[in-house]
Ligand binder design. Structure first.
Ligand SMILES: Nc1nc2c(ncn2[C@@H]2O[C@H](COP(=O)(O)OP(=O)(O)O)[C@@H](O)[C@H]2O)c(=O)[nH]1
Ligand SMILES: [Mg+2]
Length: 216
């Protein structure tokens, strides 16, 4: 079946919430530390090379990049947290913008939390997971760059993160992901399709998933 995300297109870069598209339909937000691999995940899910810009320099993105499938379905690439080389005041302003986005956006259906598999569950990640638990927001963790570890170490990290996720509620799940190896792409698409209310493409089984059955 056709990949429903192939038709994603860049819509706009918002530096303030007022610039976002009208709060209607359904959207999924991608969050995570700078350089974790968010843009690469979006490109891989869309099967497009440079839809979202990928960077070797952490902290470049200072805007919410909005990608649209159609009027009612969007993916939001949120600015990286953590290492952005900006002033303290600007960081605080961003934090407020993001908090407001997370708290007020009614079309937000779930968060994809991207972590570099070599540095998972940082302070920011834990904070976000707690927030998701407290407001019952679905969150799907991608342990990105899984190709950077051996299969054994990647599997062990998946198990470990899967167990730690249990205290963050039943709406939290995790899988491995690699952009160059195309690992976990179908599983990630299936989660997005479920959240966005789109028909799924591709196979239904998902051996790499822990904590949530996307077939349920
Ligand atoms: N080996 C490997 N490198 C990756 C992967 N995903 C991203 N990268 C690299 O990590 C860096 C940051 O990726 P990017 O997608 O820009 O991260 P973002 O800041 O979270 O959007 C870039 O140099 C990417 O090429 C992956 O799955 N495997
Ligand atoms: Mg990026």
């Amino acid at each position: 079946m056709e990949n429903p995300f192939y038709n994603l297109s860049f819509c706009l870069s918002a530096t303030a919430l007022a610039q976002l598209p009208a709060d209607r339909g359904a959207e999924v937000a991608f969050v995570g530390g700078s350089n974790a691999g968010k843009s690469s995940v979006i490109n891989t899910i869309a099967a497009r090379k440079s839809l979202a810009r990928t960077s070797k320099t952490p902290g470049r993105t200072r805007a919410i990049n909005v990608f649209v499938l159609d009027e009612a379905h969007r993916l939001m690439d949120l600015p990286g947290f953590g290492y952005a080389r900006v002033s303290q005041a600007m960081k605080q302003q961003w934090q407020q913008t993001l908090n407001r986005y997370l708290q007020c956006r009614r079309s937000l259906r779930g968060l994809v939390l991207v972590m570099d598999i070599r540095r998972p569950m940082k302070a920011f990640d834990l904070e976000l997971l707690s927030w998701c638990r407290d407001c019952a927001m679905p969150v799907h963790v991608l342990l990105a760059k899984s190709d950077k570890l051996s299969h054994g170490r990647a599997a062990a990290t998946l198990d470990k993160v899967g167990s730690s996720l249990q205290r963050f509620g039943p709406q939290a799940s995790v899988q491995l992901f690699s952009a160059p190896a195309r690992q976990g792409v179908e599983d990630a698409r299936a989660v997005l399709c479920d959240w966005l209310g789109l028909p799924r493409a591709g196979p239904k089984k998902s051996p790499g998933n822990k904590g949530r059955d996307p077939g349920a």
